[in-house]
Design a protein around this ligand. Structure first.
Ligand SMILES: Cc1ncc(COP(=O)(O)O)c(C=O)c1O
Length: 397
């Protein structure tokens, strides 16, 4: 995608809002702007938008409307899942020490929340990942204790794109009667997710990763099959983090961000229109990038899995090249990509994820992420490859 003469290779960090999403959101800012809780007809129009957005989110992962809680994005959804479930567990099992299972390469939204919970007396197991960045169901099963309240394993990693065996991990969790949460912020709209067949109880989504607005997302929370229609049973599984009005079944009070959730739903609808074709196209561009780099540029290695990989993620270690310098050189040439996780621009401490898959500090500091999306063309990929061919050999330490 060219903006002026710049090319964007950082879709794992965030995506531009799709023009059709922006158009619909504009309508909800300027015309259908009312509070969905208002009883007048303007309010009802806004409620209709909210309801449509909830149905669209639910259908996208084989869920029900009552299973969707709108939030401000991935970080809030992860926090609500982890803190909410642990708090509920403490209420139901007074005197017990809740146990939480995560892995070492989770996004900070899960990793740091687990650290916080640990400081408040929760016992946390952090599973190490294999060289590709994957967790096995066997590892999860071995870590389970009688007090395990929640297992939280990410669907796919944001830095190296590795996809975990989620359905199998969910099966293990359910075999032991334990709730299973997955952070699907990077995987959602790239992989067809089915919460029922994949044994998922809680799942986090963020709209800005798939051409929706920033600051909007949802947490899927599985409903009790015996629940009455239109009733959410989320409060049986988790406690809210905030108290106030009755919005989002009182699990997340605040006047609803209707332009945001409608925009997110529009982005979901658009991704569904060409899901197979677009993801196949991305896989083709991704593989071109990987193949060319590994074959044409000596001393390079792919970080993460070759086969169980998000269609839009490439992460490469350029041995003996300081990746931060390469990123700046590419930026000066009009190419935007990232080192480590993009959210921490300027932070050059070696990535916890790359160290987690066994890279040395030097290898981690020599690694770069190129992530592609709806507006990446073959020409963009060719331009990037030409520059890498030219820059990398002259930048070896
Ligand atoms: C895997 C993962 N989880 C959570 C988040 C946080 O999402 P948000 O930016 O919507 O808070 C991100 C964002 O980079 C992510 O990649």
């Amino acid at each position: 995608m060219k903006i002026g003469n710049k090319i964007y290779f950082d879709y794992n960090a965030t995506t531009p809002v799709h023009p059709e999403v922006a158009k619909l959101m504009n309508k909800y800012y300027l015309q259908t702007f009312a509070n969905a809780g208002s009883a007048h007809s303007f309010g009802m129009d806004a409620f209709e938008g909210l309801d449509w957005a909830r149905s669209t989110c639910a259908q996208s992962l084989n869920g029900k409307k009552e299973e969707i809680l709108f939030t401000s994005g991935g970080s809030e959804s992860d926090n609500l899942a982890l803190q909410g479930v642990i708090s509920r567990y403490r209420t139901i099992h007074p005197g017990k020490t809740p146990h939480l299972i995560i892995d070492t390469i989770e996004h900070p939204a899960v990793f740091e929340t687990a650290k916080y919970l640990e400081s408040r007396g929760v016992s946390v197991t952090r599973l190490s990942v294999d060289a590709e960045g994957s967790v096995t169901p066997e590892q999860v099963e071995e870590a389970i204790t009688p007090d395990t309240a929640l297992i939280s394993i990410m669907y796919a990693n944001n830095e190296i794109g590795t996809i975990n065996p989620i359905a199998e991990i969910g099966k293990i969790a359910h075999k032991h009667g334990i709730l299973f949460h997955t952070d699907a912020v990077q995987a959602y709209t790239k992989i067809q997710i089915d919460t029922k067949s994949e044994n998922i109880d809680l799942l986090s989504v963020s709209a800005h990763k798939f051409y929706g607005p920033k600051g909007v997302g949802f947490l899927y929370v599985k409903n009790d099959p015996d629940a009455q229609k239109n009733e959410s049973t989320a409060s049986h599984l988790l406690d809210p983090l905030m108290y106030g009005g009755s919005q989002e079944y009182s699990m997340r009070p605040a006047t609803e961000n209707i332009p945001g959730v409608v925009g997110m739903a529009k982005a979901i609808e658009l991704s569904g229109n060409d899901f197979e074709e677009e993801n196949a196209r991305l896989r083709g561009l991704r593989d071109d990038l990987i193949d060319h780099i590994l074959q044409e540029i000596p001393d390079t290695r792919l970080n993460g899995s070759r086969t169980h990989r998000l269609p839009h993620n490439v992460n490469i270690c350029f041995q003996d090249v300081f990746a931060y310098d390469l990123m700046i050189k590419l930026d000066n040439a009009g190419i935007m990509c990232s080192v480590g996780a993009a959210c921490h621009a300027g932070d050059t401490t070696p990535s916890r994820v790359l160290l987690g898959i066994g890279l040395s500090s030097e290898q981690a500091e020599s690694s770069m992420r190129f992530s592609i999306g709806r507006w990446t063309t073959q020409e963009d990929v060719d331009t990037l490859l030409q520059l890498l061919d030219q820059y990398v050999p002259s930048m070896r330490r």
